[in-house]
Design a protein around this ligand. Sequence first.
Ligand SMILES: NC(=O)c1ccc[n+]([C@@H]2O[C@H](COP(=O)([O-])OP(=O)(O)OC[C@H]3O[C@@H](n4cnc5c(N)ncnc54)[C@H](O)[C@@H]3O)[C@@H](O)[C@H]2O)c1
Length: 260
Amino acid sequence: MGRLKDKVAIVTGGGAGIGRATAMRCAEEGAKLVVTDRDGEAAEATVASLPEGSEAIALWHDVADEADWTAVMDRTLERFGRLDVLVNNAGIQLTCGLEETSLADWRKVFAVNAEGPFIGTRLAVERMKETGGGAIVNVCSTYALIADPLNAAYCASKAAARHFTKAAALYCAEKGYGIRVNAVHPGVVMTPMLEREIADVAAERGLPDTKPVEEEWGKICPLGIGQPEDVAAGIVYLASDDAKYVTGADLEIDGGHIIR
Ligand SMILES: NC(=O)c1ccc[n+]([C@@H]2O[C@H](COP(=O)([O-])OP(=O)(O)OC[C@H]3O[C@@H](n4cnc5c(N)ncnc54)[C@H](O)[C@@H]3O)[C@@H](O)[C@H]2O)c1
């Protein structure tokens, strides 16, 4: 408790899944929070569920939209006066074969998963450097590290966000800004995103229920399917001063997914 005491944090995609669990954990650790989501009502619901006494606001925000980002930064500074932590969590998945992936699909996935973290990081750096530093955590994926035949755009967008993380970490270190930039790579985590995917596969196979697909997914990672809180714990570590000597790192929170 108290690892993020008085730090001001933005969590994107905070209306569900890993973002929601991260917002909850950040609040428990004492952060003042800006929870954003393109589903603004979901962001509001997350804020409403935070522990009593939490200082938090919810904002409608499409991470693919630069003007939205500027508004989020302005509102954060207006409300809390500074920015210490940015968690670029919002992401979308597109599971389909290479031959079925259109250029529009590819661009849509990149706009959210790769351009979103870029815009957010650039704007956050501008603000954090004025107040002595901060921490940025980009939620990528084990699919940034290993490939999947049915996720070409997703894998490539996450690999782009991962490598961007390292370039940004180096840039900030060389400038002496005191800003650390790290990547977290979840494996298979039970969130609405995964539930949708499991339901789609079950429907495609004409199965009456999703259980067999869930069991199959459970075998992907040696430790089975993870929970959003497992990822939130790693994000909070990287956002906190406990990680003050960690930058440009890959933290796999994947139940051993990539060691096979
Ligand atoms: N769940 C997994 O197994 C898994 C595995 C690896 C990586 N990830 C990554 O973790 C992150 C969170 O995933 P999740 O499983 O919690 O997803 P989710 O779909 O359950 O929740 C994502 C949240 O982000 C919001 N969002 C989507 N697009 C947005 C946009 N353009 N702007 C703002 N908000 C947006 C959604 O409204 C939703 O509230 C994503 O970046 C995802 O790629 C998830």
